[in-house]
Ligand binder design. Structure first.
Ligand code: HEM
Length: 458
């Protein structure tokens, strides 16, 4: 896309956050990206200019302005920003990172694979995998020792998305693909940003990352070739992607497109949900009354049997707990866009090429939009309360044409895992566990999340 200059006649200029020469506010941003995005909104308003390493970004925290960027004038805001470019080596130009006609074609091809009914058929597998994961907590529960809860959630959601996509258990320690994927993903850790920004540096992390990508590429292309030769009767997303045809041209995806979309789904579809669940159980451990209400709902609706898809509408508190955790700790905490052409946002001129940052963390804690924004109150998500709120005050899955394609998948998975775990275990934070956030690609617990499981029922 080109960046055409248009003249916009307006007198106002966006409040600027003062910073140091050239680096601007880089130190403040690096020290605490979440706190910084909250402070900007509190001190400079819902639209403010920030300089980071000589580049000016516009931070937007007003629901109307966000609606304009993500929906009203979405065509003018693409993803040609550093946030997404850093992901190219892993996911190439899949759905998350592509733009324009290429993105639209892929979105149309992939949408049916994420249809509500299609997701419903995955419910049973999600619960079975959760039960298998919970079997590993029996011993620690008996002995009263902590488990690495965050890692267990990562493994569980990787298993689930791997089975849904490829019918393969990628969470299994013996699975070469799963191990390589974990290795590649580990590169985006918070103590490793230099290697990520400078991929040509011969650091150990960069070498390991390259080796992991090579392993995955070999395996992905092998899987694709096998499936093309012998389709078998796999009922998974890959089968749907292989069979998908462009409505206009009848063309199928080539191997490179398939590879990029598979990596995209694995990346976008496992760490996000795992972090959401980790923060959910952390919040429940700090709010015993909410944990008790959740147990009461799960016990009375399920009467001891595992949950199924048909139970979900009858588990509203379970859903509300998960939604409130997604508000306080949105896994995809920041969205970036580039203005292709000049625009006007909240009466301010936006020059072509501007980078717009939307901090979902700051939006979800905006004092104008939320009462007691830092308080954990699942009741905010009762139908009544939701109706009173601006539709763009709560965007864990974003909105508009680039809304998360996996939102139903994630909500279903989140509720089913939450109900299955709460039915069987209480989880207490391990003594001495430090709590802080690490705002990476997704919002991680910086020091992990050790928890002690206590068995509720045999
Ligand atoms: C709690 C879990 C999840 C959260 C919070 C989440 C959040 C998001 C957000 C905010 C976006 C928009 C990003 C942007 O515009 O920059 C997005 C896009 C996307 N997500 Fe998710 N996601 C979750 C789970 C999933 C799952 C389970 C899958 C797949 C199985 C998935 C696949 C995708 C894809 C492919 C996109 C790109 C869509 C497009 O641009 O057309 N996500 N997600």
């Amino acid at each position: 896309m080109t960046t055409k200059q248009t003249t916009i006649v307006t007198e106002k200029s966006i409040p600027a956050v003062p910073g140091r020469p050239f680096i601007g506010s880089l130190r403040e941003f690096q020290r605490s990206p979440l706190g910084f995005s909250l402070e900007i909104s509190q001190n400079y308003g819902d639209i403010a200019r920030v300089t980071l390493l000589g580049e000016e970004s516009i931070f937007v925290n007003d629901p109307d302005a966000i609606q304009h960027v993500l929906q009203g004038n979405a065509r003018n805001y693409d993803k040609q920003t550093m946030d997404y470019q850093l992901l190219y080596p892993l996911v190439g130009r899949g759905l998350l990172t592509s733009d324009g006609d290429a993105w639209l074609r892929q979105r149309r091809l992939m949408q049916p694979a994420f249809h509500r009914q299609r997701i419903a058929s995955l419910g049973q597998m999600m619960v079975e995998e959760t039960l298998a994961a919970l079997a590993r907590w029996q011993d620690p529960a008996r002995q009263g020792v902590p488990i690495a809860f965050d890692q267990d959630m990562m493994r569980l959601t990787l298993t689930i998305v791997g089975k849904a996509l490829l019918s393969i258990d990628l969470g299994d320690e013996a699975n070469e693909f799963g191990q390589a994927f974990k290795q590649a993903n580990a590169r985006f850790g918070y103590d490793n940003m230099l290697s990520v920004m400078l991929p040509w540096l011969p650091t150990r992390q960069n070498r390991q990352f390259k080796a992991a990508i090579q392993t995955m590429d070999r395996l992905v292309y092998e899987i694709i070739a096998q499936r093309r030769d012998e389709p078998g009767d796999h009922d998974d997303l890959l089968t749907m992607l292989l069979n998908a045809r462009d409505e206009d041209t009848g063309a199928a995806m080539n191997n490179r497109q398939l590879r990029d979309e598979m990596m995209t789904i694995l990346l976008a579809g496992h760490e996000t949900t795992a972090n959401a669940l980790t923060w959910t159980f952390y919040l429940l451990s700090q709010h015993p009354e909410a944990a008790a209400q959740l147990r009461a709902e799960v016990d009375s609706v399920l009467a001891g049997r595992p949950p199924g898809m048909a139970d979900l509408p009858r588990l509203p508190y379970t859903r509300m707990v998960f939604q409130e955790a997604l508000r306080l700790y949105p896994p995809a905490w920041s969205i970036a866009r580039r203005a292709v052409e000049a625009d006007v946002l909240a009466d301010y001129p936006i020059p072509a090429g501007s980078i717009v940052h939307i901090s979902l963390y700051a939006l979800h804690r905006h004092p104008r939009l939320w009462d007691a924004p830092d308080a954990f109150r699942p009741e905010r998500f009762s139908d009544n309360e939701v109706e009173k709120r601006h539709k763009f005050a709560y965007l864990p899955f974003s909105a508009g044409p680039r809304k998360c394609i996996g939102d139903q998948f994630a909500m279903t998975e989140g509720q089913l895992i939450l109900a299955t775990v709460a039915q069987r275990f209480d989880l207490a934070l391990a003594p001495g566990q430090r709590i802080d956030t690490a705002a990476l690609i997704t919002l991680n617990p910086r020091y992990g999340m050790k928890m002690i499981p206590r068995l509720r029922r045999q």
